[in-house]
Design a protein around this ligand. Structure first.
Ligand SMILES: Nc1nc2c(ncn2[C@@H]2O[C@H](COP(=O)(O)OP(=O)(O)OP(=O)(O)O)[C@@H](O)[C@H]2O)c(=O)[nH]1
Ligand SMILES: [Mg+2]
Length: 459
């Protein structure tokens, strides 16, 4: 955001209307505070109000609007951020009453995304979401103007201009959608073509520590920051899982509650890795007082994205920052299979690796396949779909030891001379995650290789 003060950043005031159905966190403005800071403003004051329904013209009640006006005056504030979504008339009325710019939750999130988008793909996605957000507002503003200042049949210049703007916006939305759908199908094909290695995708609430965990596991050097939406693109790295071999792990954009629908939709291509991943690692910030709401919000976004029925591991991060062990127990009571870790101190990472290996094994089989020498087709199928561990050439056939995705076995059975479980298969003993024990990670990953990113990052 542009600073209007010579002496520092824009000054903001936070406001939230708490409606009867909303979950009220311990600090109802904590998240908005983070968003306001990420947008580069300095928060100078805040206000909440509980009400049965929003006021239809000013969203908050009259008394609270007057309080806001006084706050703006006192601190020379530039902008008021609302944690709610407001309609255009409410925004306008509040701006008139308080003499400050009024920005609702969706607009603030879009602004942060716009400021952070670095790749061609994420820029397209944000522009589309922003246009879709403002188009109905243009339209409503237009109806409002024509009703108030112009009689029937009169076409003032203001109205004409708005109509032109609206048409331009619609055309641009159309073009952006076309371009994004091209990017989407290209990405879909790219990701699908990599079906030889299992893929794991990190998902989670923004600021939960996904990038930090990715770095801890693979030495990837992905940017991790104490700000919301530090990551807006997808980066995929090779990860060497002891007892398993190479897998691909990707880190992507974080989620937030009530994420604007248009934004979710336009980030589909960025989230393609997630949509096609074999396993999701859902990273949650166990030290946050809102951990339950955040976990729920992430599952909701995954559903909106159409990512269902997938093996998901819940990883409870930041256990080093939990002062009261009761808090962690509270989360573990509800999610007994969750894996407590600290990406920062690397506690619990060893156990995490073993559990990931175990989860991947569920979909894979270690088999010994006898293939006739002339059956080149099956031989290449095995190396395309599976991970070959050894080949023994006999007189009449080759014996291949291979780890295959269970779903690819049908084809193997059609022409193989013999298929049997591999003797001496890898052990899948999974020790329980012990929070109290510090576990250093030996040999995590090899050279960090950026095998794919949604597009190159700007240095
Ligand atoms: N105390 C503690 N802090 C952590 C841990 N993991 C991450 N953090 C901090 O949490 C903040 C956010 O970390 P990121 O890795 O950027 O989080 P993210 O989930 O990638 O966030 P976005 O990309 O913004 O969605 C940073 O300040 C990290 O240093 C942890 O295990 N313990
Ligand atoms: Mg990140």
């Amino acid at each position: 955001m542009i600073s209007l003060h010579d002496d520092g950043p824009e000054r903001s005031i936070l406001a939230r209307l708490i409606l009867p159905k909303s979950t009220v966190e311990d600090d109802p403005l904590e998240e908005l505070h983070g968003l306001a800071a990420t947008a580069g403003t300095q928060v100078v004051d805040e206000l909440t109000q509980k009400r049965g329904t929003p006021d239809h013209s000013t969203y908050l009640g009259k008394g609270k609007v007057e309080e806001l006006r006084l706050m703006v005056e006192k601190y020379e504030a530039d902008v008021i951020f609302f944690d709610n979504d407001l309609n255009p008339a409410q925004v306008r009325n509040l701006e008139t009453a308080t003499k400050a710019k009024v920005i609702d939750r969706t607009e603030l999130i879009l602004d942060i995304f716009a400021a952070g988008a670095r790749t061609h793909e994420s820029r397209l996605a944000v522009e589309l979401a922003q246009l879709e957000y403002s188009l109905p507002r243009l339209k409503r503003m237009w109806t409002h103007l024509s009703r108030q200042s112009m009689g029937v049949g009169m076409r003032g210049p203001g109205e004409k201009q708005l109509e032109v703007d609206r048409r331009l916006a619609q055309k641009r939305i159309h073009d952006l959608k076309e371009e994004l759908s091209r990017v989407e199908s290209r990405r879909e094909r790219q990701v699908a073509a990599r079906n030889d290695v299992p893929t794991i995708s990190l998902v989670g609430y923004t600021n939960a520590g996904k990038s930090t965990l990715m770095n801890a596991l693979t030495e990837a050097g992905v940017l991790a920051q104490d700000k919301l939406f530090a990551t807006l693109e997808t980066r995929t790295r090779r990860w060497h899982l002891p007892n398993w071999g190479h897998v691909l792990i990707s880190d992507t954009v974080g989620f937030i509650r009530d994420l604007p629908h248009s934004l979710v939709a336009s980030f589909k291509s960025t989230l393609e890795e997630t949509r096609q991943a074999d396993l999701l690692m859902h990273v949650a910030d166990a030290s946050s007082p809102n951990v339950f709401e955040q976990i729920t919000a992430v599952y909701k976004v995954l559903e909106e994205l159409g990512v269902r029925a997938k093996d998901t591991l819940l990883v409870l991060n930041k256990i080093d920052a939990i002062e009261n062990p009761q808090l962690l127990n509270r989360v573990l009571d509800r999610y007994p299979h969750a894996i407590p870790v600290s990406a920062k101190s690397k506690k619990g990472l060893q156990a995490l690796q073993e559990i990931v290996g175990e989860a991947l094994s569920r979909g894979f089989l270690d088999v010994e396949v006898d293939v006739a020498h002339h059956d080149g087709k099956l031989l290449s199928y095995l190396s395309a779909k599976g991970k070959i561990e050894s080949r023994d050439f006999g007189d009449s056939h080759v014996t291949v030891r291979v780890r295959m995705p269970a779903g690819a076995m049908g084809v193997v059975h059609q022409t193989a001379l013999r298929v049997a479980p591999t003797k001496l298969s890898l052990q899948n003993t999974v020790p329980t995650a012990d929070v109290a024990e510090t576990q250093e990670v030996p040999d995590v990953g090899d050279e960090p290789t950026d095998v794919s990113s949604t597009s190159s990052e700007v240095a």
